[in-house]
Design a protein around this ligand. Structure first.
Ligand SMILES: [Zn+2]
Length: 80
């Protein structure tokens, strides 16, 4: 999976997570909470598995690059 794809998938999962949490709060129903937990676990797996520096292969961390567009470990510029 390419960085760009991984980033897009993670944003989608994060959006779904937010919606599920909102639904759980609004409807006070636990299944939405469980679905949210599953979503965030999938998010974590994709983050660890695919969201890596193309140069050194270390995990970049959050998808909120912004302030650090460079790899924390080797300084490689990240261009998702
Ligand atoms: Zn790196």
């Amino acid at each position: 999976m390419k960085l760009k794809t991984a980033k897009a998938v993670m944003w989608v999962l994060f959006a779904i997570f937010c919606v599920l949490i909102l639904l759980m709060v609004l409807t006070k129903s636990a299944p939405f909470g469980y679905a949210a937990i599953v979503t965030i676990i999938v998010y974590g797996i994709i983050n660890v598995a695919f969201w890596r520096c193309p140069n050194c292969g270390k995990c970049i961390g959050g998808i909120w690059l912004g302030k650090y567009n460079h790899c924390r470990y080797c300084g490689e510029e990240i261009k998702p």
